[in-house]
Design a binder for this molecule. Sequence first.
Ligand code: PHE
Length: 337
Amino acid sequence: MNTAALDTFRAELERLRVEAEAALGTASDANAVEAARVEFLGARSGRLKSLQKMLGAIPAGDKPAAGRHFNEAKEAVGVLLAAAQARVERVAAHVVPIDVTLPGEPVPRGHLHPITQTIRRVQEIMARLGFESVDGPEIEDPWHNFEALAIPPEHPARDPLDNFYLAVARGTDPLLLRSQTSTVQIRVMETRRPPLRIVSLGRVYRPDTADATHYPMFHQVEGLLVERGTTMAHLKSVLRLFASSFLGGDVHVRFRPSFFPFTEPSVEVDMEWGGRWVEMGGAGMVDPAVLSAVGYDPAEVSGFAFGLGVERIAARRYGVSDIRDFYRNDVRFLRQF
Ligand code: PHE
């Protein structure tokens, strides 16, 4: 038979347990858990301790039951405390303290693509020789890509199988992706008067099957000089100065007789590479017919032009044996430059 005193005691124990559960359950760090421990289980003035003192006032017959209830409550709060301590320790273990005095994580720095680096370097060297860098469009009309360069409509170089013609409305001129940067020679001569020294670097397109030395899109460096009294000796000197400056050392340049419709005479330009001669492009004296076509007087001025493959000179400089590597975008390759 329960006395009123025992019922009150039990109710107090239950209230304490519920409040301890709430306090320990929401304690977010070790300090909060410790504060709850002192409040509920503190040896001197904890709330359990206070309740223990009430035991004395319980009638003798109810004392054993009261003692049992007290011990159960004390044990329950002890279990809640242990759980709360374990929880905040786990959380603390996952918080990595920040040492602001440590050096930061290095951020990997990228760099320009080797072809872009090559283009900038060529522009720099040619600028020192007095050649201004100019741009031209990649989508061209047949006049600039062919006609003005003395490549007439029946010429095999205009074959649709050798060019990327663009579909256009019937009755309008077919446009094409330029197959050479020589187009820029015409565009510049059409708008300026000699003397003239320009370089133009950019993309050209030909439906070639990709291999170690070919790619359907590649870059050319076009050079054009038109002045009074220009000779092939000037052409060779400029190419040799350029090659030696770009590749380092004294690079030998070789001319082989060749043919281009817009130069006369025309040559293939070879450069020495590891004891071998490697073809880098074409060159020649601007054909008088081309000078006349743009309104220059061939009796007064003469000029030379050259067109080199940027991938080829880059491959020569960096020791790359397959130009397709420039376009695979494998960072292990690109990182080397
Ligand atoms: N445009 C020629 C080619 O792509 C190269 C060239 C440029 C030849 C200038 C002569 C003069 O093959």
